[in-house]
Ligand binder design. Structure first.
Ligand code: SF4
Length: 708
């Protein structure tokens, strides 16, 4: 228990992948004063609206306090922890024995701490023997992971936040950083104001990220690869290549440039393919070609696409071709959405990774098996999120354990997800809340997990910086850490020796040791120097950027002088496919629905919805419509409209806005039935995924709109 002695605790924000440091001073009554941590290298004391309102979200409204099981009469009843854990273990054991390990799955969250993720992954992949463990990070940055692995041989973010301070040109692709990564955006604004850096924003929607003096490229949806392929040709034709870098450190350039010439062989062809003016395309290309210090940041507009991995590689190609990678102020840079999407990647929280950035290759499988002393290690990739829920719908997966996420709202085809959940033989949810759209589908077992401010462990932000999340409140009721809950189930499944963890520090040390096990520089993720931290060292741990190799100097950046993680140590140019959306608009569905976030809400509003201040910004679910489309469909600003796709319907308030491209609608993802609006935008989204990353296309579902 936390002694409410009003000590100030340094911890990390609960929300986005910027990973801002927070100072929390408990008030002794279950609340806390929150401020930015001036010593944290992500934010140096700054916070955005969401982070600064964290203190307003610490109440016990809707809180799950005790384990509960659905009894014979269909009612959820409070039970003792031992009964709940026995029940979960017994039911999992029964289903695995009857149908095999492929019949069970875990669905995790970027809200989990690295230590929780580590235990979930070890239990499922090493001991149950299935790789059916995936995460809502699949919806967030899986395309960046796949793109990095194809280009670099590993899921490595080459740059760091200081690059945003030091760049002379900041290119944002599919990123509304002003709303979604506000503190990084503030750093970019300081760079613009103090150093004169220029900014280019590439996005179908004119968002608040676009300043008056920025170049805005409002391209047609899904055409990013044409734009960056055009850029690659421009760089080649205008003497802007770094021939030495290409020769020494890369392969595949000739194939990539040949494919690019087919796709976008001239400025006019690029303009035609992207819907941009030739003048704007030329201005972008000239600025990129003539600026040595350029950072290209990409986020959900790139990742959430059925061609997301190709988009990432088209961007990375331009940085490899100019040698602008891993140098101060020069790099491609993936902005991750969630607070611990990166930590999840590091332990193997994705169904297509094993652990510690190792994959399902025979040497990696053998290495992890020996390290874990795993009795039954998974030998091939598991089902990625969308496919996992489709397998549940087909009755192939019979037991699912959801931890800290709300797939009945957030996944594409969310109505289909809800129906699939009803078919489960065993449906377990670890949660902070007693009710949300997923729980309300008909969960069989509810397990109370500790929330932000109560739990303790580590998270990793977008620049590979590992920070502590620390407890500053006593957990209410019988809430437990996620890692403890899974460890107890593992023990009951007969795997006690592999899960003898007594603290987050125990798990972190093992995670660090695995990262260094038979590594010797062959893998990017190595924090071996942290494997011997004492408990008190772990308590006092300050933010540290990986790699943290034994005996090596800190390394802020990768690849300025090669050193890629492929067998030949070279980066690969990947020739992207010609851009083509996988769905067609029709007379019945003449528009395309783009979904995303708003400034002051987070995901399905479980926490941010508790703050009245945050609710004031955009207080109700809405759809943004271009004035011409509004007129065509008989809509005025402030009306209600029904948005329909082949998957579902939502009623939303109309905002008529020139920021919206003709033919496109935009609706935010946050609202649901649990927050009393019924506007579950996820139910409208087509479950179409990228073939490499499995990430769904959340940005271009064919839709219609009618007055309500
Ligand atoms: Fe939290 Fe992200 Fe805002 Fe920082 S920028 S305070 S991490 S929500």
């Amino acid at each position: 228990a936390i002694d409410p002695d009003l000590r100030t605790i340094s911890t990390t924000c609960a929300y986005c992948g910027v990973g801002c440091g927070i100072l929390a001073t408990p008030d002794g009554r279950g609340g806390a004063a929150i401020s930015g941590d001036p010593a944290h290298p992500a934010n140096f004391g700054r916070l955005c609206s969401k982070g600064s309102a964290l203190g307003e979200t610490l109440g016990l409204t809707n809180r799950l306090l005790y384990p509960m099981i659905r009894c014979g009469k269909g009612i959820m009843e409070r039970v003792a922890w031992s009964d709940a854990l026995d029940h979960v273990a017994h039911r999992f054991q029964h289903i695995i024995a009857r149908d095999g390990p492929g019949a069970v799955a875990f669905y995790l969250s970027g809200q989990l701490l690295t230590e929780d993720y580590y235990v979930a992954n070890k239990l499922m992949k090493g001991f149950i023997g299935s790789a059916n463990v995936d995460t809502n990070s699949r919806l967030c940055m899986a395309s960046s992971v796949a793109g990095h692995r194809r280009a670099f041989g590993a899921d490595t973010v080459p740059g760091c936040y200081e690059d945003l301070d030091e760049a002379d040109l900041l290119v944002l692709v599919g990123s509304n950083a002003a709303w979604c990564h506000p503190v990084l955006y503030q750093r970019m604004l300081v760079n613009k104001q103090q150093r004169g850096a220029r900014m280019i924003v590439i996005d179908p929607r004119r968002t608040d990220t676009v300043g008056d003096d920025d170049l805005f490229l409002g391209l047609k949806p899904g055409t990013d690869t044409a734009l960056f392929s055009g850029l690659l040709i421009y760089l080649a034709d205008n003497g802007a290549l770094d021939r030495d870098y290409i020769e020494r450190y890369t392969s595949g350039f000739d194939d990539a440039i040949a494919r690019a010439r087919n796709m976008a062989g001239s400025l006019s062809a690029t303009a035609l393919a992207t819907g941009l003016s030739e003048q704007d395309v030329a201005a972008f290309f000239q600025m990129f070609a003539s600026t040595e210090r350029v950072v290209t940041m990409y986020s959900q507009g790139v990742n959430q696409s059925a061609q997301g991995t190709d988009k990432v590689n088209a961007i990375v190609n331009c940085h490899l071709a100019t040698g602008r990678i891993g140098k101060p102020g020069a790099s491609p840079f993936s902005l991750t959405g969630q607070p611990n999407a990166m930590g999840g990647r590091e332990v193997g929280g994705l169904a297509n990774q094993l652990a510690a950035h190792m994959g399902f290759t025979p040497p990696d499988i053998d290495r992890v098996r020996r390290f874990w002393k795993a009795p039954r290690i998974a030998t091939h990739e598991g089902l990625k999120a969308v496919q996992m829920f489709e397998a549940i719908a087909r009755g192939e997966i019979k037991a699912l354990w959801v931890m800290g996420t709300n797939p009945a709202v957030s996944l594409p085809n969310a109505d289909g997800v809800r129906e699939a959940l009803k078919k489960l033989e065993l449906f377990v949810v670890s949660e902070n809340v007693i009710s949300n759209d997923t729980v309300d589908v008909g969960v069989h077992v509810l397990l109370p997990a500790q929330a932000w401010g109560e739990k303790s462990g580590t998270v990793t932000n977008s620049e590979r910086c590992i920070s502590r999340q620390r407890a500053f409140l006593s957990p209410p009721g019988e809430a437990k850490p996620d890692w403890w809950i899974m460890g107890e189930v593992a023990r009951r499944l007969g795997f006690g020796a592999g899960f003898d963890f007594h603290s987050a520090a125990d798990i972190f040390r093992e995670h660090a040791a695995l990262s260094a096990f038979e590594n010797e520089g062959a893998r990017d993720f190595d924090i071996g120097a942290l494997q011997s931290l004492s408990d008190s060292d772990f308590d006092a741990m300050v933010p540290v950027q990986w790699p943290v190799r034994q005996g090596n100097e800190p390394q802020a950046r990768f690849f300025a002088e090669g050193g890629f993680f492929a067998n030949d140590f070279k980066a690969r140019f990947v020739a992207p496919e010609i851009p083509a959306l996988r769905t067609e608009t029709t007379a019945a569905r003449p528009l395309r629905l783009n979904t995303g976030r708003i400034r002051d809400q987070w995901h399905t509003m479980t926490r941010t919805g508790e703050s009245p201040r945050l609710g004031q910004h955009l207080p109700e679910p809405f759809v943004e419509v271009h004035p011409d489309d509004a007129a065509r469909h008989g809509l005025a600003d402030g009306d209600f409209a029904r948005v329909t796709t082949d998957y579902g319907q939502c009623t939303l308030r109309v905002i008529v806005s020139e920021r919206q491209q003709r033919g496109m609608l935009f609706a935010p993802i946050h609202w649901s039935e649990a927050n009393a609006t019924g506007a579950r935008v996820g139910s409208l989204v087509a479950p179409i995924t990228d073939p490499f990353s499995g990430q769904p296309e959340n940005k271009a579902t064919p839709a219609s709109i009618t007055p309500y």
